[in-house]
Design a protein. Structure first.
Length: 55
């Protein structure tokens, strides 16, 4: 069960990291943004849910 929590936390951090990368680099191609941004948001939401459920 501990592993799941760590995985959720990792996903959350990766999601935050990708979003900060996206907002920092406005010159990224629109195609990449459309693929990466929802994925990062989803990873962040899933990570947050996992963390909340375990606590």
């Amino acid at each position: 069960m501990r592993l799941i929590q760590i995985g959720g936390l990792a996903m959350f951090i990766i999601g935050v990291f990708l979003i900060t990368m996206y907002t920092g680099n406005r010159h990224i191609h629109a195609v990449t943004t459309n693929k990466v941004f929802p994925a990062a948001g989803t990873a962040m939401i899933i990570g947050a849910i996992v963390i909340m459920r375990r606590k």
